[in-house]
Design a protein around this ligand. Structure first.
Ligand code: NAP
Length: 529
């Protein structure tokens, strides 16, 4: 059996940076990636309209000043092709593909408590010994297609936004259905409406969508960022989200109606996720949240021609931003098109599929193609998909079946020498991903180097330290309205999944401090052997 210092799973942002840092530090690495190439999320999510909702100049690596200077983003919010080109550029520039075996999954991993190594089995039939098992498997990568009645009888083409084909798909002259109106649905619907002859959108729950106001980046804007990239990054690191945007910490209750309106207008013009930064209490105070939702509804009604359609598109009292806020381009305008029909499936839902389409609300819809924008088994799905067991034989699937306990989101007691990036207990999904990944990777690699310098071969989070972090994660959750909402953050979108708010919502600076405190105290909360 070949042995390496670390097996890295996934060749998205996490796996690539892990492989880079580890090999720079002199650790031997084997990486495995289920996809055919690098890219992770941006390899799989090729659906029309896919783009990031964090400004591209910040949704990018910062570990290399040279990389920052030589890469030039063309749009405020990069499209999937540009993001994938960037990731491929990173892989080429730092020669990272050589660490990875593609089209290969990790099926099984067992920890051998004698050699202090993971024995890792791949779908390619290889068995590898690894001192450390490092998971960069993605938090939104295990796709969900609901168990619709008679789906197997449907004869048209089906697509999932999270597994979009690599070859172009021609929807010209086709009757297309989209199921799902989360971020993936709302990004793809306007483009599909332009391509298809008829588009039916099957909506179970309306979402809050704010205009992204995407646009090309002007050369002088890019030059200004590059002139002081470090300054931008430093300011971003000090923010709870790890990225910089205009944010007003003041309360909505402290201003009069005119000032409130003016500020909401200003933030609306900025667009996208920063709209949540109009006031400091949007996500903490119910009344503030309702005022913002009312403003938002007014803006949507200005766009949608048919008031009955607008009624369907406007959530009925849901927490604004409770589910991930969606940033769209021409989303509500799309419902003014003659070839687009919004179908409310909030009642009986989609009843069944037929060979030629589906039945909803007692009505038959004939569809040539159906796009499932139905989301992911978030945060845990891709970890528990691996048959992963610690020394006592407990699998991660069992361990997390009643709650996703972790230490710092990185480690799980009973699973030595294993680190998981951006999963439950991490702030990842509330912090811009790439920044969070770089921070966690640096922390992990520093820990491994610290162990090596002391000839230590085994590290494990203690159950006590884990429980303290679980309490901290729960405590942070009490300060936000988000955990009061059923969403993928709490596992509510997956039938039978344990319900509990999984991410750490205490902010990036507090998280970094917690990680720093552990490391500065000889990795307090871990036992070493
Ligand atoms: P999602 O937010 O989980 O949305 C899934 C959609 O499918 C929801 O509208 C859901 O309705 C619907 N659905 C699920 N089961 C259904 C059923 N049986 N019948 C009818 N409708 C059903 O998934 P997503 O849109 O893929 O987004 C997931 C996350 O990925 C986002 O929140 C975001 O963090 C990330 N993402 C980001 C971007 C970006 O950066 N721009 C783009 C795409 C995705 P209900 O609400 O009723 O459950």
């Amino acid at each position: 059996m070949n042995t390496v210092d670390a097996v890295v799973v996934g060749a998205g942002f996490s796996g690539l940076y892990l492989s880079h840092r580890l090999t720079e530090e002199g650790f031997s690495v084997r990486g495995f990636e289920a996809g055919g190439d690098v890219g992770g999320t941006w390899y799989w999510n090729r659906y029309p309209g896919a783009r990031c909702d964090i400004e591209s100049v910040q949704y990018s690596f910062q570990f290399s000043p040279e990389l920052q200077q030589e890469w030039t983003w063309s749009e405020r919010y990069a499209s999937q092709p540009e993001l994938l080109a960037y990731i491929e550029h990173v892989a080429d520039r730092f020669d990272l593909r050589r660490h990875f075996t593609f089209d290969t999954r990790i099926d099984r991993a067992r920890f051998d408590d004698v050699s202090h190594r993971w024995v890792v089995e791949t779908s390619g039939g290889e068995t590898i010994g690894a001192r450390f098992l490092l998971l960069g498997v993605g938090v939104l990568s295990t796709t969900l297609t609901p168990d619709f009645v008679d789906l197997d009888r449907y004869r048209g083409r089906t697509f999932h936004t999270g597994r979009w084909p690599h070859e172009p798909v021609d929807f010209g002259g086709k009757r297309v259905g989209v199921i799902g109106t989360g971020s993936s649905g709302i990004q793809s619907i306007p483009i599909l409406a332009e391509q298809a002859e008829q588009l039916h959108v099957f909506q179970r729950t309306p979402n809050y969508v704010v205009p992204a106001h995407n646009r090309p980046l002007e050369p002088d804007e890019v030059a200004a960022v590059k002139a002081d990239y470090d300054g931008l990054r430093a300011q971003a690191w000090a923010r709870p989200t790890g990225f910089l945007f205009p944010f007003n910490p003041g309360s909505i209750h402290d201003v009069d109606a005119d000032e409130r309106r003016a500020r909401l207008d200003r933030q609306w013009e900025i667009g996208g996720l920063p709209f949540l930064g109009a006031f400091g209490d949007v996500l903490t105070d119910l009344e503030a949240n309702r005022m913002v939702a009312d403003y938002w509804a007014e803006r949507v009604r200005e766009v949608v021609d048919d008031p009955a359609v607008a009624d369907l598109l406007i959530p009925d009292g849901d927490i604004f931003g409770g589910k991930r806020l969606c940033a769209g381009t021409g989303y509500y305008e799309t419902y003014n098109r003659d070839n687009v029909t919004l179908v409310d499936v909030s009642g009986a839902g989609i009843e069944r599929f037929t060979p030629n389409g589906l039945v909803a609300g007692g009505r038959k819809y004939e569809l040539d193609a159906i796009v499932f924008a139905t989301g992911f088994d978030a945060l845990t799905g891709s970890v528990v998909a691996i048959d992963l067991a610690g020394p006592d034989g407990t699998t991660m699937a069992d361990r997390w079946s009643n709650g996703t306990d972790t230490l710092l989101g990185l480690s799980v007691s009973g699973f030595p020498n294993l680190f998981n990036l951006q999963g439950p207990g991490s702030p990842g999904v509330f912090v811009t991903m790439v920044t969070g990944i770089e921070h966690q990777t640096d922390w992990i690699v520093d820990c491994l180097a610290w162990m090596r310098s002391r000839d230590l071969t085994r590290c494990e989070a203690t159950a006590e330290a884990e429980q303290r972090w679980v309490a901290e994660v729960a405590n942070a959750a009490t300060r936000s309205l988000r955990p009061t909402v059923d969403s993928w953050y709490s596992g509510a979108n997956v039938a039978g999944k344990h319900r509990g708010f999984m991410p750490y919502i205490g902010g990036f600076p507090a998280y970094r401090q917690a990680c720093h405190d552990v490391a500065a105290n000889n990795y307090r909360g871990y036992v070493f052997g």
